[in-house]
Design a protein. Structure first.
Length: 342
């Protein structure tokens, strides 16, 4: 089997499985198979690099079997143009074939890849969001925590009773906003939610294409947070908005944040770079954003790490490189850029 395998797609097809691939580095985003093949063949850069790697979830199932699907969480290094380093992918594929042969589903597959260097475990938030998303895709019922979470967001338990709400329940709720009265209940509950719920909830909503009505509420909430210098509430709003259907509303809040007194706060800047990166594809906004980074107190750490993060994103890279040559930059930004190359 091994001599014919050039891609993970071929490995999975050859084993007779149905499969799909997701990026789970920034947002959880399904990669279509044509796009995934082009990434694997290094014809296109990886669209969502994070820390020099592609962070993937590959879900696959035996076409005959009725068992639960398998998931591989894999991280592969990318080169300086954000293209997949194919030697690592080949190494992984060979390790799979050695460990499992062509039987990549079934009892003997369990635990065989535990020490594989390309396998990783996502953090608790990401894992809960991914599980919730898979259940929706597979038309399976949500976890046993879901109904209690629905009850919490309806307000019937009182919003102080957050300790009884499970993380997986919050994920199931966030990924099923179009079920029952979930959206309306969330919109009514939002102003009353304690931080202990708001933070994990925003970590789930950042993977959801939320409807415009919720985005409008979040923009208003974000503006209030800016007026109150409340960076925790602002970053929760930005995260929750970041994958919404109404990207223009996300842009409005990013612009308001960048032009405000909290516009050089590191949490705000890191949230925009990490989650609202699509807004930074616009060269003028990117310029303002990088200028804010240059004016941050801990510029020595923050500026180079954000620069390295954004220059790897294919849709932002040309604009960021263009900024290096731009004439009308502030003295502070010019110095910060100079330091990158000294």
């Amino acid at each position: 089997m091994s001599e014919h395998i050039a891609t993970l797609g071929q490995l999975l097809d050859g084993a007779g499985t149905q499969w799909r691939a997701f990026d789970i580095g920034r947002h959880i985003t399904k990669l279509d198979k044509k796009q995934f093949l082009a990434i694997e063949q290094a014809q296109v850069p990886y669209p969502y690099p994070l820390a020099g790697h592609a962070w993937l979830a590959i879900q696959f199932w035996d076409s005959q079997a009725s068992k639960e699907p398998y998931v591989w969480f894999l991280k592969f290094p990318l080169d300086e143009q954000s293209k997949l380093v194919s030697a690592s992918r080949d190494h992984f594929a060979n390790m799979v074939i050695e460990a499992l042969g062509s039987e990549i589903t079934g009892e003997q597959a369990d635990g065989k890849l535990d020490n594989n260097p390309y396998v990783f475990t996502p953090n608790a938030n990401k894992l809960a969001a991914f599980n919730a998303q898979l259940k929706v895709l597979l038309k399976q019922p949500a976890s046993k925590y879901y109904e209690h979470t629905q009850l919490y967001f309806s307000g019937d338990l009182g919003f102080d009773d957050w300790q009884s709400v499970a993380l997986q329940g919050i994920a199931d709720f966030a990924l099923r906003l179009n079920h029952d009265n979930n959206l309306a209940n969330l919109q009514n509950a939002w102003p009353h939610l304690p931080l202990e719920v708001l933070q994990p909830l925003s970590a789930m909503l950042e993977h959801v294409e939320i409807p415009p009505s919720l985005s409008e509420l979040l923009v208003a909430y974000g503006h209030t947070a800016i007026e109150n210098n409340d960076t925790i509430a602002l970053t929760a709003a930005l995260r929750s908005l970041s994958k919404g259907q109404a990207q223009g509303l996300c842009t409005q809040l990013v612009d308001a944040a960048l032009s405000s007194s909290v516009g050089t706060d590191s949490d705000v800047l890191l949230t925009i770079a990490g989650r609202c990166f699509a807004q930074l594809e616009e060269p003028e906004r990117l310029h303002i954003f990088m200028d804010n980074c240059a004016h941050h107190q801990q510029i020595a750490e923050l500026f180079p790490s954000i620069f390295a993060d954004l220059v790897a994103i294919p849709t932002i890279r040309p604009h960021l490189l263009g900024l290096l040559r731009k004439e009308n930059r502030s003295e502070t930004l010019a110095r910060a850029i100079g330091r990158l190359f000294s």
